[in-house]
Design a binder for this molecule. Structure first.
Ligand code: FAD
Length: 382
């Protein structure tokens, strides 16, 4: 078997990169180890308009559960403030449907898809990646390709096989667990976030409304001996509601891996660390890098140059588009990591009656007087 491009992984990163490679007339194979695209769900399903714009589709009721107008944030002592961005719409996706929709679009553009097939190794000749070794129902096969795109998520073995350094410190991975719950009394169109060392150390707890009292209730934590399950159950014991689905997963919040290309290889999405380190949101960033990888694959093959000298343009383009956001969020996350519960409460009290988008420097300096230890955060914000 021989393809122009083999894409490893069949969710957001895999479907979007294969879609754009196929749209550019390449022969593309996407390989997914699960038997069904998008399953199991490992996501709280929140995204913004950028995701749809990147793919070139409209938000549709088929894969959007609810529209989001803002967020309610709760500090450790329960002080609450609301954020309502002026120019940005948010959405809670039905990701199982959305991921499958993207795979269908990719297949319609010409992508071949193999399910229940695991890529076990790379074919490497003279330092160039030339395809993959895959296993399907006990049968091992070699599939040649001019370019391999690694869209294999946080576990990304492919980048490691290619010799790229994708190891992360354990404290740079958010350990997440989530229930989809029925009978949750939550205001539609507003996401809720809860912070504090006793609620969600090193992360936050979320309630994202789907529709009709269904919500994603989950938590991501770091740097703690207790499990995410422990903290989530402590929280939901006062919440009521019944779980209908349990999701578990890790989110890389350390920023991108150092190098995202090699001879004949590009790495996209979670595998590349294309996740916002502050929020843990990776859907819109994965979409961006995946589209760029699909387009660069086409340029590379048309130029008959699959060397890393050519493919480094992939890294330049995603850095131009999303690198600044990832770096800035990483900076914020590191500052927030150092804020204790009292400081968070002081910040929440300050924001309680304000529109966060129109706070003057003078007002921020007023907060600094009250809580000098917030200096680094305020400096990062203004
Ligand atoms: C609990 C949780 C909540 C989250 N909530 C949000 C949120 O609300 N908003 C947001 O924007 N982001 C969220 N994220 C992050 C978001 O889900 C990811 O950034 C996004 O799914 C990344 O897509 P991907 O295609 O790069 O990787 P993945 O979605 O991880 O897909 C990788 C695919 O590759 C397949 N695969 C892996 N290895 C192989 C192999 N060797 N052979 C074949 N197939 C393979 C896997 O089976 C999988 O289907 C959340 C993550 C978690 C864990």
């Amino acid at each position: 078997m021989k393809y122009d491009v083999v894409v490893v992984g069949g969710r957001i990163g895999g479907s979007i990169s294969s879609l754009f490679a196929s749209k550019n007339d390449l022969d593309v194979l996407m390989i997914e180890k699960r038997q069904e695209i998008g399953v199991p769900l490992q996501c709280a399903e929140a995204t913004n308009e950028v995701t749809f714009e990147t793919v070139g589709i409209k938000p549709s009721k088929r894969y959007v559960c609810s529209e989001i107008m803002g967020a309610d944030l709760y500090s450790p002592d329960g002080t609450h403030f609301r954020m309502t961005p002026d120019n940005e719409r948010g959405f809670i996706l039905d990701r199982k449907v959305f991921d499958k929709h993207l795979a269908i679009e990719s297949a319609k553009a010409g992508t071949d898809i193999m399910l229940k097939t695991t890529v076990k190794d790379l074919i490497i000749k003279d330092g160039n990646i030339k395809g993959v070794v895959a296993k399907h129902l006990g049968k091992t096969m070699e599939i040649e390709a001019d370019i391999v795109i690694a869209a294999d998520g946080i576990e990304s073995n492919i980048s490691r096989m290619a010799g790229l350094n994708s190891t992360r410190r354990i404290n740079d991975i958010c350990s997440c667990i989530q229930y989809k719950m029925v009978g949750i009394d939550v205001e539609p169109n507003y996401m809720q976030f809860y912070f504090g060392s006793k609620v969600a150390p090193g992360g936050y707890l979320w309630i994202f409304p789907n529709e009709n009292g269904v919500a994603n209730v989950g938590i991501g934590i770091r740097n703690t001996n207790e499990t995410a399950y422990h903290y989530l159950h402590k929280f939901i014991s006062n919440l009521g509601g019944t779980p209908v689905e349990l999701n578990i997963g890790g989110v890389p919040v350390s920023g991108n891996i150092k190098k995202t290309y090699a001879n004949g290889l590009m790495v996209v999405g979670d595998a590349a660390g294309h996740v916002d380190p502050l929020t843990g949101g990776g859907i819109h960033l994965t979409a961006a890098s995946a589209r760029i990888a699909g387009e660069v694959a086409a340029e590379s093959i048309k130029s008959e140059n699959m060397s890393e000298g050519f493919l480094k343009i992939y890294e330049k383009r995603w850095k131009d588009q999303i690198g600044g956001l990832i770096n800035q969020s990483l900076k914020y996350r590191k500052v927030l990591d150092k804020i204790n519960d009292d400081e968070f409460n002081a910040l929440a009290r300050f924001l309680e009656d304000k529109d966060i988008w129109s706070i003057s420097k003078r007002e921020w300096f007023g907060l600094l007087k009250e809580s000098p230890s917030l200096f680094k955060l305020i400096r990062a914000l203004i």
